[in-house]
Design a protein around this ligand. Structure first.
Ligand SMILES: [Zn+2]
Length: 677
């Protein structure tokens, strides 16, 4: 578990002097407050190990510093005569624009197929429905949010969120809910505490605790378990047992008539289902805020079973349960697919370029990818200063190599300037950092001077945009995957759109997601996160792990999730051959693409507004869609088999997927869908 992942992280980094992959746990430890009250007692093993070997690294760093500074007149000058100053393009400092905070306004009712989210606690100190919004939006399930029970109960599927206690409903409302289920309605609820609803939800008692660490799903034929087929999906963790307490859970004791679908380690029910009349309810003894949003924020109690390179669906299982619930009980359901073009999954390729000799090999990778109908995104360290970690290398001919790659179709992101292992502890900065006055220096293992989060993010963009024609840097990846709490703000205010600084395993999520502001629980930033699934440096090296990588990619493909591959470009011979080997083994329904292209699709998908409308003919419906951004490949999945579709859309061979024509920004399309009888 944790020691294993620490061990693996200690083992990486040998081959590329610039960038051992790292990250994760220390970040969460440093941002625990206020929701996790363990900051003072929690020193993760990894962090201790960093402290232990920092002495060695620091003496090594001192030697390097002497070597690099010896004889140099003044490293603060941007360049010698032979080396002209770098060109920059101005990066504006943007204001944070808050979305409407009222979820009723943000997610209005527009068609009968929508799941009704009945928000149970909009009082003076409400819990935002953000965690549930993440689940439903990532799964492409249509929904609206309401406080009007009658409006909710006009829909077949209802979610009660975030909890039900004795103040939530009146007795007549409780009777209304029971009648709704009896007549064929379906309710999904979490944390029902009210005795007045015991018989509807099928429990006798419950006990709250912070001492439950594991959940095992039952062997059952219940349809909500449809996507949980792999061993990693049959059991999940709520936190490492190194913590005396983890997240709150409510263990239920089920009525004899109810079925337990998942159990905590103390034998109480974590998920149960109860049928009443023609309908059915599901009850979860956990909060999606804790098992999904907290994990995505990397503020979980180290619930991950690995750090990288393994399949870890610990947060995804809850999204997949909701998807299966919707697909089983929705009537003629329609879902916005996660992957463009009617495909099953996507492999997103990236290279980190963080060493002086890492530029030229990118040309080999680009050639290999072109030959295999793939492309990649290059994350460039814009190192223009000499410091304890390395000499500068953001100059010619490396810049010319980047221009060549860009004009050949590679996409480019930022990999910071000094690539510091202490990035997660940097201050935000002023937002007015610029080249050449911004002069950060790595001093030792994880220390730096003159460096800020804004500086690393903004000045690297200034330089990439200035030196590479046509470049607009919108994707960021932190050095060593170290994430400061201010990263979403620094990225958003500097005009970025996407980040890839976490690992899938660490955030227990294999779907892209919106990064919440300040890694909180209230509001999303405009930045989307694409965590790293597979990297190249963990022992015994990527070339020897291709079958293992392929298995993780296939596990994600089964769920419609994506896989992000990171290969450092410090050499292209062995790693290039391994990449080609992987690409050639991929099933044809897994797209091979670069991160910018897919992320741009994902952002447009997340912003898409859509609704279904009935017609006077029972076998004909109309799909209305409007996109904020220009986008191709938007795909909808239909429960019913389709005979024909109009409006320039394409129907898949299986008759269940419709691929929309290219959508222009701000324009609406309407497609006539004719079901097969
Ligand atoms: Zn790196």
């Amino acid at each position: 578990m944790f020691d294993q992942h620490t061990g693996s992280k200690k083992g990486v980094g040998g081959s590329s002097p610039g960038c051992p992959l790292h990250g994760g746990s220390e970040t969460s430890a440093s941002m625990l407050s206020p929701c996790i009250p363990h900051t003072d007692i929690h020193v993760p093993t990894e962090f201790r190990q960093c402290l232990e070997d920092s002495g060695l690294k620091q003496s090594l760093a001192a030697v390097l510093l002497v070597l690099s500074l010896g004889g140099a007149p003044d490293v603060r000058q941007p360049a010698s005569k032979a080396e002209p100053p770098l060109r920059t393009k101005e990066v504006s400092l943007l204001d944070i624009v808050h979305r409407p905070s009222d979820p009723f306004q943000q997610f209005p009712e527009s068609f009968p197929l929508q799941v009704a989210v009945f928000w149970t606690n909009p009082g003076p100190d409400p819990e935002s429905p953000l965690a549930l919004v993440h689940c439903l939006k990532e799964m492409g399930i249509p929904f609206f949010v309401t406080r009007v029970l009658g409006q909710a109960l006009r829909h077949r599927l209802v979610i009660l969120y975030p909890s039900v206690d004795s103040h939530t409903f009146t007795q007549p409302q409780a009777d209304q809910l029971t009648t709704f289920v009896r007549q064929g309605g379906y309710i999904f609820a979490q944390n029902v505490f009210w005795g007045g609803m015991q018989s509807l939800f099928g429990f006798r008692s419950f006990a709250a605790s912070r001492g439950r660490y594991h959940i095992a799903f039952s062997t059952t034929t219940d349809p909500v378990m449809k996507y949980l087929n792999r061993p990693e999906e049959r059991e999940v963790s709520l936190g490492s047992d190194r913590f005396p307490e983890v997240t709150w859970s409510n263990g239920y004791v089920a009525d004899p008539g109810a079925e337990v679908l998942a159990q905590f380690d103390d034998g109480t029910a974590a998920l149960l289902t109860n049928s009443i009349g023609k309908g059915r309810v599901y009850l979860l003894g956990l909060s999606l805020l804790d098992v999904v949003l907290r994990s995505q924020n990397d503020r979980d109690y180290e619930a991950q079973r690995h750090y990288v390179n393994a399949f870890e669906p610990g947060a995804d299982v809850w999204l997949l349960i909701l998807r299966a619930w919707y697909e089983n009980y929705g009537e003629d359901w329609v879902r916005l697919a996660t992957i463009p073009g009617g495909q099953r999954s996507a492999l997103l390729l990236s290279h980190d370029v963080d060493w002086e000799n890492s530029f030229a090999p990118c040309l080999d990778f680009a050639r290999i990818e072109r030959a295999n109908q793939a492309s990649s995104t290059l994350f460039i360290q814009t190192k223009y200063v000499d410091d304890a970690n390395s000499q500068r290398f953001f100059f010619e001919p490396n810049l010319e190599t980047l221009r060549q790659l860009k004009s050949g179709g590679s996409t480019i992101g930022s990999h910071s300037i000094i690539h510091s292992r202490g990035f997660n502890k940097f201050a935000l900065g002023s937002g007015h950092e610029g080249y050449p006055s911004y002069q950060p220096r790595g001093l030792g293992f994880d220390t730096a001077s003159g460096a800020t989060v804004f500086g690393e993010v903004r000045v690297s963009k200034e330089l990439l945009d200035g030196e590479i024609p046509g470049q607009d840097t919108i994707f960021f990846r932190a050095g060593h995957l170290r994430v400061p709490q201010s990263l979403p703000e620094a990225l958003e205010r500097s005009g970025y759109q996407f980040d890839s600084s976490f690992t899938d395993d660490d955030v227990l999520s294999n779907f892209p997601f919106a990064l919440p502001r300040n890694f909180g629980f209230e509001e999303d930033s405009k930045i989307y996160e694409f965590p790293v699934t597979i990297e190249d440096e963990e022992s015994p090296g990527f070339a020897k792990r291709v079958p293992q990588a392929l298995e993780v990619i296939l596990a994600n493909a089964e769920n419609g999730a994506v896989s992000v591959v990171l290969i450092h470009s410090n050499e292209s011979h062995e790693k290039g051959a391994a990449e080609q080997h992987l690409l050639r083994q991929l099933p044809a329904d897994i797209i091979k693409t670069d991160m910018v292209t897919f992320a741009t699709f994902w952002r447009a998908r997340d912003h898409l507004q859509w609704r279904m409308a009935a017609t006077s003919m029972p076998a004909q419906v109309v799909l209305h869609a409007k996109s904020d951004d220009s986008v191709t490949g938007i795909t909808f999945e239909f429960q019913r088999r389709i005979a024909t579709v109009t409006g320039g859309a394409t129907l898949s061979q299986d008759g269940h997927h419709v691929v929309l024509p290219k959508l222009e920004a701000g324009r609406s399309v309407s497609l006539g869908i004719h079901y097969l009888h």
